[in-house]
Design a protein around this ligand. Structure first.
Ligand code: CP
Ligand code: NVA
Length: 309
């Protein structure tokens, strides 16, 4: 069975730790392993805009000895004349892996079912698991062992980042808090899945509506845009509904004195976070962005090794 990475819980706690260990090794020695030497090609497909994901996969695949093939869906047949399953069958004969940023999770599942090469979710409406590998790596570097740490995600609790924090944080044995207003809570099934994982790892999952209560005493405070890609038409409503969840210095002051602030970027300063926080001393956003490179390289190395067995 081909291993794919479509959601954060596609890997076990031990596997997540193994990938993060490897990411740290690759960060220390960037060209240590080259499983894509040849070069082998990895297709990286975008239905939505991207800066970090595009650059980090392109650079990372080249670091591993491979050749990135960046495809914009708008100029391909995928999603127009051709299904994900048919595209997958065409690609698998020529590429070592498929990385895809898309809308629905169902498309990724269809792609994965249709191919023998690993499929990686580079962001969907529901999850952003590659970002979470980078975020966990960053927390580990700045704060040490992940298990037992408490983090709070504020804002749109139904967005891909919040839902990935639930699954990946629980996998790492962390205490995950989500603070969001009614109508912006994570999907009940994702919460249930995260709770089941947390029961095994010693982590926990708690939903809040009060942002102050949610951040009190925590290690890491996280937010994300209030208007995710694909939600632009809801912008005015969202800014109104989420206005009370802005991360500012007063809110940060309720977390631990040495707490860190994280944001996957791109950010809307003045909306979900004030400039003094995101650009201040507690913010580790640039390490977080760099770690996309190291974490995704580790993921690719790990997936390619698994699937070669
Ligand atoms: N964080 C992130 O995925 O950024 P991009 O949208 O620029 O890829
Ligand atoms: N939640 C954001 C993440 C961007 C990297 C979005 O989906 O637009």
């Amino acid at each position: 069975m081909t291993r794919h990475f479509l959601r954060d819980d596609d890997i076990s706690p031990a596997e997540q730790a193994e990938i993060l260990d490897l990411a740290l090794e690759l960060k220390r020695d960037r060209f240590a392993v080259q499983p894509l030497a040849g070069p082998k090609t990895v297709a990286v497909i975008f239905d939505k805009s991207s800066t970090r994901t595009r650059v980090s996969f392109a650079v990372g695949i080249a670091d591993l000895g491979g050749s990135p093939l960046i495809i914009s869906t708008a100029s391909s047949q995928l999603g127009g004349k051709e299904t994900a399953a048919d595209t997958a069958r065409v690609l698998e004969r020529q590429v070592a892996a498929i990385v895809w940023r898309t809308y629905g999770q169902a498309g990724l599942e269809e792609m994965a079912l249709g191919t023998t090469v690993p499929v990686v979710n580079a962001l969907s409406d529901d999850f952003h698991p590659c970002q979470l590998l980078a975020d966990l790596l960053t927390i580990r570097e700045h704060r040490g062992d992940l298990a037992g740490q408490t983090l709070t995600f504020l804002g749109d609790g139904a967005c891909n980042m919040a839902q990935s924090y639930l699954l990946a944080g629980a996998t790492a044995g962390m205490h995950v808090r989500i603070a969001s207003p009614a109508g912006y809570t994570p999907a009940a099934q994702v919460v249930a899945d995260a709770e089941a994982i947390a029961a095994q790892t010693g982590g926990s999952v708690t939903l809040y509506t009060d942002p102050a209560e949610a951040v009190t005493g925590v290690d890491v405070v996280i937010t994300d845009t209030w208007v995710s890609m694909g939600k632009e038409e809801e912008k005015a409503t969202r800014l109104g509904s989420l206005g009370g969840y802005r991360v500012d210095a007063d809110l940060m002051g309720l977390a631990k004195a040495d707490a860190h602030f994280m944001h996957c970027l791109p950010a809307d300063r003045g909306y979900e976070v004030t400039a003094d926080v995101i650009d201040g001393p507690q913010s580790i956003i640039w390490d977080e962005a760099e770690n996309r490179l190291h974490a995704q390289k580790a993921l690719l190395v790990w997936l390619l090794a698994r699937n070669a067995r």
